[in-house]
Ligand binder design. Structure first.
Ligand code: UDP
Ligand code: MG
Length: 154
């Protein structure tokens, strides 16, 4: 099954929303394949946000992402990358649709609670950037047959 990469950003940690947000992923039917807490530094953020390093807000983004430790996750499921992006909502949380994480919990374009990979290719790169292979677990969800039909489980 497809894997995607998520960061519960410092805004989620600071606002004590970790449980609410992880609950959403689990209730959706996504499997947690990996999860850990870590302190991000400038080096990893310059790689992770390489597409933004020249933007004027980048120094503020760096500060925001290093404000507290974060929780990084690998979520697994059918079409997990697009499913989790849809659950995430638009970058600017003020514009994000109700029902999305950013739409329901956020008011900011920067303090927008979560990162989620935007493509299958980037998900693979991001999982490898933040996790060692032994930190990702291969196990069966016993509820899988109630989450998917048999022809969806590959
Ligand atoms: N960001 C920001 N100001 C902007 C655009 C982005 O502070 O005008 C921050 C915001 O936290 C966002 C992150 O940079 O989540 C990465 O930007 P990207 O365009 O990749 O958005 P995302 O994929 O997170 O929706
Ligand atoms: Mg992005």
């Amino acid at each position: 099954m497809e894997q995607t990469f998520v960061i519960l950003k410092p805004s989620t940690i600071s606002r004590s929303l970790v449980g609410d947000i992880i609950e959403r992923y689990q209730r959706k039917g996504l499997k947690i394949a990996g999860v850990k807490m870590m302190q991000l530094d400038e080096k990893i953020l310059r790689e992770h946000y390489a597409h933004l390093v020249d933007r004027p807000f980048f120094p503020l983004l760096l500060k925001s992402m290093m404000a507290t430790p974060v929780i990084v996750m690998v979520l697994e499921g059918k079409d997990a990358v697009s499913v989790v992006r849809t659950m995430t909502g638009a970058t600017n949380a003020r514009l994000a649709a109700p029902g999305t994480i950013r739409g329901d919990f956020g008011m900011s374009g920067q303090e927008n609670l979560v990162h989620a990979s935007d493509s299958v290719e980037n998900a693979k790169i991001e999982v490898a950037r933040f996790f060692r292979p032994e930190e990702i677990f291969n196990y069966d969800l016993i509820t899988a047959s109630a989450i998917y039909s048999p022809d969806e489980m590959n």
